[in-house]
Ligand binder design. Structure first.
Ligand SMILES: *Cc1c(COP(=O)(O)O)cnc(C)c1O
Length: 359
């Protein structure tokens, strides 16, 4: 029994994956699931596949290598982050598909694919206004035609990514723009594109409301499958659950203390100037043996009623336990469900044990 730990419930992830792939299939949409928030954990990936996803996607080549060596050559793998020019050779060796926007990189992928005697699929990204990756729409037709003339690399389709930097939501209108571009490109090329990839978890609410324009046939889904939330509407997603991951850390101090620090205020462990907390008198405070190295404290949701997160330094997580009615003792763990940032931090921290639970 080591803490801190993150408990992983593959059956719950499979249930979430099933709910999403079933809904998507009714709309002729295939799902690639995204493993990056779990550092491509194999048990998580297996659960997603059992839940009916067509392929796996990750933003890092190292994670894809782990998936490739576990699942073998037949499982379709997609690299989500635009490839680094310096990793083109590895991208072709490991991934079947990658999202792209830069012709120099695409040409390097084409060269590597030719040398390796492989075909590498390019999904050309369109920036519909979120201002992360992708070409501006007016450059898509010419670039798509250029890619189509390459050897080794071929144009697999168009894609977009929204709600990542600018917080721009997918709508019927902006996704229709993607489809119109694809249709125009298909006419110029004289062939169909395999994919029109309409985004991430934030696109699922459109399927649910029957508002995804016809033509979108792929989505890349991470967060909703892992955590059961609708990232566009900020509410639970129907048919999914939020408790597929539970973080636990152990109490190492429980003491009554004032709620306002005493003395001259300088800076906290991260060089930030603390704002003065509200004076709530003497409070029962706990310290958990976990900190910023293990968990993002802002994304923890306590499972024990009455527990409040106060703050964290590198190795200490401070909680207010005044309103907690359950018996508290040194050595006992407190449990939390996690939001995306906390899941990412816990799954990528070497200090957090990953415990698979078959419940
Ligand atoms: C992370 C990522 C996704 C998955 O996003 P979720 O919000 O976790 O569904 C999809 N596409 C790209 C390009 C990504 O980087």
């Amino acid at each position: 029994m080591t803490y801190p730990r993150i408990n992983i419930y593959p059956k719950r992830i499979e249930e979430n994956a099933r709910a999403i792939t079933d809904l998507a299939r009714q709309n002729n949409i295939g799902i690639y699931s995204v493993t990056k928030a779990t550092c491509a954990n194999i048990e998580v990936a297996k659960a997603m596949l059992a839940g009916g996803v067509e392929g796996l996607a990750d933003s890092r080549l190292l994670n894809l290598m782990k998936l490739r060596s576990h699942f073998g050559a037949d499982l379709p793998l997609l690299l989500l982050r635009l490839p680094m020019l310096s990793e083109a050779e590895g991208v072709v060796r490991i991934a079947d598909l990658s999202l792209n926007s830069e012709m120099v990189t695409i040409e390097a992928l084409s060269k590597a694919a030719t040398e390796q005697g492989k075909e590498h699929g390019i999904v050309l990204m369109v920036d519909l206004g979120d201002l992360r990756e992708g070409l501006w729409p007016d450059k898509i037709i010419a670039t798509g035609q250029k890619i189509d003339r390459l050897a080794g690399a071929y144009l697999h389709g168009l894609g977009t990514n929204l709600t990542c930097y600018g917080g721009i939501l997918p709508t019927t209108e902006n996704l229709q723009k993607l489809i119109d571009l694809a249709t125009e490109l298909e006419e110029r090329l004289g062939r169909k594109l395999a994919w029109i990839s309409g985004g991430n978890s934030s696109s699922l609410h459109l399927i649910e409301k029957g508002q995804v324009p016809k033509g979108i046939n792929n989505l890349r889904i991470g967060e909703t499958m892992l955590l059961g939330n609708d990232t566009a509407l900020n509410c639970p997603f129907p048919g999914t659950r939020a408790d597929a991951f539970i973080f636990q850390a152990e109490l190492i101090e429980i003491q009554e203390k004032p709620s306002v620090p005493i003395g001259v205020v300088g800076r906290d462990a991260f060089g930030r100037i603390p704002t003065r907390p509200e004076d709530r008198g003497i409070r029962l405070r706990g310290i958990l043996a976990a900190g910023e190295q293990d968990i993002y404290p802002g994304g923890l949701i306590p499972l024990e009623e009455g527990v409040e997160i106060v703050g964290a330094s590198s190795d200490h997580l401070l909680v207010d336990l005044t309103n907690c009615r359950q018996e508290l003792k040194i050595g006992a763990p407190l449990s939390f469900t996690v939001a995306y940032g906390s899941l990412l931090r816990a799954m990528t921290s070497p200090f957090v044990s990953k415990v698979v639970r078959q419940e």
